[in-house]
Write a protein that binds this ligand. Sequence first.
Ligand code: NAP
Ligand code: GLV
Length: 309
Amino acid sequence: MALLLKTEAGRGDSWRRALLAADPGLDLRQWPEVGDPADIEYALVWFPPKGALKSYPNLKVIFSIGAGVDHLASDPELPKGVPIVRMVEPGLTAGMTEFVLMSVLYHHRFMLDYAEQRRNKVWREIDQVPPWDRRVGIMGLGVLGGDVAEKLVALSFDVAGWSRSPKDLPGVARFHGPGGFIPFLNRSDILVCLLPLTAETTGILDARAFAALPEGAALVSVGRGPHVVEADLLAALETGWLGAATLDVFQTEPLPPESPFWDHPRVVLTPHVASLTIAKTASEFVIDNIRRHQAGRPLLHAVDPDRGY
Ligand code: NAP
Ligand code: GLV
């Protein structure tokens, strides 16, 4: 059994070290030095070239280096019937929770306004809002959204979540399905998007969705760029209906130099770094899952091909 590794540029060596620490006997083949394609039974990949994974006739499981699997699902030549496992590991979850808490607190405490005041040398208080009067809405209550919700509740925010199926999380107002979407948006002063990218969620944050938010709401977009109709977001920011946005993911990445978001005064922008997979903890998850698979036990966090996540 060999594991194929194809990481982001520059990260291969740290992954190699972490995987071999988790399993010193591992037969690891680092892209593009693959050897005999017939040896490859498992693949751990981030953005493999389209069509590349069909070259391995004995491939049994594809592990995504990220939580999102849209980089695999968009490959029309992905081998059929090979299970895909998304990344679930404590480093990725902790990183996302940190990033979202930082962003929610930033907007909650008017830091964009204070930055603007500072540029103009204005010394002025803005009324403080207690967290229980700030309604935070989380789109996606899975591994990442669920952890974010729990920590926001611990900070006393008024938290709601929206998911496909009903979810019971302590202290979180629940909304689900298309019928729950607009009522959920209506009570989201700060909206966090932590959905996977699927046919159903592409373009979900459009003019209609922004119009359903309370006036002056802030968006924290950390799922995937194509969730947001960028022209509609820009229009909502221009009219002031949307007060601010933290944008970590974009329709086109890297963000083109001509994008108006780079210089927008109401936008906080980061280069798709809300959370990164941590090689050490992720390798433990992958090796454990390979052992489960070899022992005939069900894989953990396999993607449901019908749902697409
Ligand atoms: P997950 O555990 O699979 O959770 C997905 C959540 O979204 C679930 O609650 C699911 O509802 C909900 N959902 C899916 N489709 C929906 C729909 N059509 N309507 C309403 N709710 C829907 O995923 P995760 O591990 O939390 O990761 C979420 C996403 O975060 C990833 O797919 C990735 O795109 C993004 N991400 C971004 C970064 C970054 O650095 N920016 C880092 C990591 C991940 P159910 O509970 O009913 O199934
Ligand atoms: C990063 O974007 C991920 O999906 O883990």
